[in-house]
Design a protein around this ligand. Structure first.
Ligand code: T4K
Length: 368
């Protein structure tokens, strides 16, 4: 029986160190609501990510919903269908109509050249995704936003630690959101964050994630409860120390995959982008059935039958789910590139603990 290899595996902090932090939390009897570990993790993340302000959340979906609230976004928002469904769900939860725009096949990200054609009088914002951690064309997107007076909220769930020419990608746009889910490069089990540019916005978001409380007796907005607790903040502080080595280990896996798969007919993948510090959060390959000989799904099932569990992120497209497929912008003819990518993708196993043997097994399955 082959050993099961999953698409990813969470990085866990050293258990003895975590136990000793748990003891501190137990002694303090302060377990949530902006405690000392929460404050320490926010500061540590600002330092690590090179961003001015971070507000921690309990997962990566609530920051999206809260970002839209914080900026009073209404009407229509232009977004990508090629993402995890949480991106568009955040619009739905705010009563906002998503307007899907096709992707650029060179990156998998929203194609800036197609954004202007989708803008209407009701458009108030753009919500792009740095899919697989590959940076969007933030300059072009900002130029369009400035021209039409739109806000930009980046779903940066995959982009922890990604930098372009030494600057964090999280500084682009009005707000960026992060996910620290167990399956991410950096995890706090469940968790997430909003990254903002100024103290006033940080204050507003801190109120919104705590029911809107601005003091013991004052509620300034209909906020929600999405605070991170002390236990996960402590876990996150420990995990932050290992994230660089995890990214480097993933980088080595990407190098091996690329070397082995570069000349396989019908298999393509993304190369690193110049000037970008990548985080190797995912390793998608794209299967051209005609050139490769079998379809994406046949390869996917073959891998599974041999214990290698890749994932078809992001198939089906968000625009194909029942909630969204009736929208005018969800028509497949509007999204040909996104469909092509969704129909050909397999994300190969990618994490810091893949052994040489595991990688060889995965490569053998694809090459043969
Ligand atoms: N925006 C974007 C662009 C996103 O991709 C996501 C989430 C969000 C927003 C929302 O963020 P969160 O609210 O989730 O923080 C996973 C994750 O649940 C989800 O966080 C992620 N994106 C999405 C792309 O993938 P599943 O349903 O594929 O996960 P699951 O449970 O099948 O796990 C995948 C594999 O990971 C397992 O087969 C084995 C391994 N695994 C998983 C867990 C949970 C472990 O080894 N240990 C574990 O504890 O959604």
């Amino acid at each position: 029986m082959d050993k099961k290899i999953t698409v990813t595996q969470p990085q866990l902090p050293p258990l003895d160190e975590f136990t000793s932090l748990l003891r501190e939390i137990w002694d303090s009897k302060w377990i949530t609501n902006n405690g000392s570990f929460h404050r320490a993790l926010e500061q540590a993340l600002c330092d690590y990510l090179k961003v001015p302000y971070v507000s921690l959340f309990t997962n990566g979906t609530l920051p999206l919903i809260t970002a839209l609230q914080a900026l009073n976004i209404t009407g229509e928002v232009i977004t990508t269908p090629y993402s995890f469904v949480a991106t568009t769900h955040s619009l739905w939860w705010n009563g906002i109509k998503p307007v899907f725009v096709d992707i650029d096949p060179r990156t998998g990200n929203i194609d800036p050249e197609r954004i202007e054609a989708a803008i209407t009088l009701r458009t108030t914002a753009i919500m792009p995704v740095h899919v697989y951690g590959k940076p969007c064309d933030t300059e072009r997107i900002q130029a369009i936003a400035d021209k039409y007076g739109l806000r930009v909220i980046y779903d940066a769930a995959h982009a922890f630690g990604v930098e372009v020419n030494g600057e964090s990608i999280l500084n682009a746009g009005d707000l960026s959101t992060l996910s620290f889910h167990a399956t991410k490069v950096y995890n706090t089990i469940e968790g997430g964050a909003l990254v903002m540019h100024d103290a006033k916005m940080k204050q507003r978001i801190d109120y919104l994630k705590n029911f809107g409380f601005a003091g013991e007796t004052e509620v300034v907005a209909p906020g929600i409860n999405s605070k991170m607790d002390e236990i996960r903040a402590a876990y996150g502080l420990l995990n932050l120390r290992q994230v660089d080595s995890a990214i480097e280990a993933r980088h080595q896996v990407a190098i091996r995959y690329r070397e082995a798969l570069r000349d396989v007919a019908g298999i393509t993948f993304f190369d690193d982008m110049p000037g970008v510090r990548h985080n190797y959060s995912y390793f998608p390959i794209f299967v051209d059935a005609e050139k490769y000989g079998i379809s994406r799904d046949e390869l996917y099932e073959r891998m599974k039958s041999r214990g290698v569990y890749g994932r078809r992120y992001f198939y089906p497209l968000i625009s194909e789910f029942a909630t969204y497929r009736g929208l005018e912008s969800a028509r497949p003819s509007n999204l040909p590139e996104a469909h092509r990518m969704a129909d050909s993708v397999i994300c190969l196993p990618m994490h810091h603990e893949l052994s040489e043997e595991d990688i060889d097994r995965i490569i053998d399955l694809i090459v043969k």
